[in-house]
Design a protein around this ligand. Structure first.
Ligand code: HEC
Length: 251
């Protein structure tokens, strides 16, 4: 058999048979949508950390390193939650925060203010902290040191395992693309793995040194772009490009 003419062979995205094409396409569309939703989620969680929409270095620093100038509670009372308590009530709460949230003042001074002013939302709306719980309130009264080691460990391993699977299959499909320089193709296949490692390493480093927040953004942007390119090229070759007799594994 002539090795250079694998007519109908499936190791070439432009010539694969319909069922395999449909299988690959289904997978690519689902992870494409998944990546976009992940991006949206990042905008809505980290993106709002500095109170403004859109991702910025400050957001990343606040999420991982924290805003160590004070507690979330004090910041909220001077910021977005200012309108919900009178100046006197706010002064009492802020004083309590600065004293280190002592237990003996909680029942008499703090609890009534929270019940009257904050409980109608914080305690009812599930996505925001339940301030009627003493532990929750005390946690928000601590200096904000960002993500905890526990949270980082959990997120890191979920991301590493989950993303490795996604990139493995994506890279596998893309490796059957034709007409792309072998080295370039290899670089593109390796890029998401590399940037994933950069991203997650940068989370941990940002927890210690806030300047590493830039690498979190570079890492995330890097694997997002590389994945998007591979998805688009693969879909294009399967559905639009004219069939080519070429062994994809040679290119
Ligand atoms: C009308 C509903 C409402 C009331 C009343 C309200 N809050 Fe909030 N609060 C929210 C919402 C919604 C958010 C999340 C969005 C945001 O941060 O602006 C929030 C966020 C916060 C946060 C930030 C939580 C975090 O994890 O970053 C703190 C702290 C807070 N509120 C404290 C208070 C306190 C203290 C009061 C009472 C003086 C209060 N809020 C009253 C709706 C409310």
């Amino acid at each position: 058999m002539d090795k250079n003419n694998i007519d109908g062979g499936w190791l070439n995205l432009t010539r694969i048979s319909l069922p395999v094409k449909v299988l690959f396409t289904g997978y690519l569309i689902v992870i494409g949508v998944g990546l976009m939703i992940a991006g949206l989620q990042i905008l809505l969680t980290h993106g709002m950390a500095d109170g403004k929409f859109g991702i910025s270095v400050k957001d990343i620093v606040y999420s991982y390193y924290g805003n160590r100038e004070g507690s979330k509670l004090e910041r909220a009372l001077n910021g977005s939650m200012k309108q919900y308590a009178s100046p006197e009530e706010r002064a009492i709460l802020i004083e309590w925060v600065r004293k280190g949230a002592p237990d003996d003042e909680y029942e008499t001074k703090v609890k009534p203010i929270i019940q009257n002013n904050c409980a109608k939302c914080h305690g009812v709306i599930p996505s925001i902290p339940d301030l009627t719980k003493k532990e929750v309130l005390k946690e928000l009264a601590k200096v904000d040191t960002g993500a905890t080691i526990g949270q980082l460990t959990r997120l890191s391993h979920i991301h590493l395992f989950g993303m490795a699977f996604i990139f493995m299959l994506l890279g596998f499909i893309f490796s059957f693309a034709v007409g792309i320089n072998k080295v370039l193709k290899s670089v593109l296949i390796f890029t998401p793995f590399a940037f994933q490692l950069i991203d997650i390493t940068a989370w941990w480093l940002t927890k210690i040194w806030p300047n590493f927040a830039y690498f979190v953004i570079i890492g995330g942007f890097g694997y997002f772009t590389a994945s998007a390119l591979m998805i688009i090229i693969s879909l294009y070759q399967m559905w639009i490009m004219k069939p080519r007799d070429e062994n994809a594994w040679r290119s």
